[in-house]
Design a binder for this molecule. Structure first.
Ligand code: RP5
Length: 181
């Protein structure tokens, strides 16, 4: 019933209505990146933030990248999390094609332990920003939290969930370390 009512509205109105359902796109250059990017997805799940996960390679599927990035805003996305490894052009190329905030996650590469990914993502020329996070799991988790913080600026319920998430994290930190001996 609710969905039927939404489909009955004009296309532009539909985009606005669906925007809050999946405001985040989690894109990655390869299936092999999912092992890292799933941590961003987990945080979004925990905070009840809708997202879509897609494999989009700047090098292997450039047309897919162009079509996604140029249409992302109209499709209702509000933040893009982009993870890639090696010559990691995905976040920067995505940012060049959309005004949406792009958070870049350097995936740990086998050859250079992700330092290649990090430098590829963080060293953007002035004028096209990418929010570069840490290499690997920490970067993916923080990209999810960063996306949440951006969205929470205009979503009081999400702001409360993010506050509770951080409170729970604080409470989970033991005062003293467990010792095996
Ligand atoms: C990059 O190349 C991907 O982001 C991935 O991190 C890396 C290796 O990709 P696969 O060879 O595992 O597909 O484009």
């Amino acid at each position: 019933m609710v969905y039927a009512a939404r489909f009955a509205t004009a296309p532009s109105r539909q985009a606005a209505l669906f925007a809050h359902l999946r405001p985040v796109a989690v894109i990655m250059g390869s299936q092999s990146d999912w092992e890292t990017m799933r941590h961003a997805a987990s945080v979004l799940d925990e905070l009840e933030i809708g997202y879509e996960a897609k494999i989009i390679s700047a090098h292997r599927t450039p047309k897919r990248l162009y079509d996604f990035a140029t249409g992302a805003k109209a499709a209702g996305f509000r933040v893009i999390i982009a993870g890639a490894g090696g010559a990691a052009h995905l976040p920067g190329m995505t940012a060049s094609l959309t005004q949406l905030p792009v958070l870049g996650v350097p995936v740990e590469s086998r050859a250079l332990k992700g330092q290649d990914s990090l430098l590829s993502i963080v060293q953007m020329p002035a004028g096209i920003p990418v929010g570069a996070l840490a290499i690997g799991r920490a970067g993916a988790v923080n990209a999810g939290l960063f996306a949440a913080a951006i969205l929470a600026l205009t979503d009081a319920a999400l702001d409360a969930r993010l506050f509770a998430w951080r409170e729970a994290q604080t409470q989970a930190v033991a005062v003293e370390p467990e010792r095996e001996d």
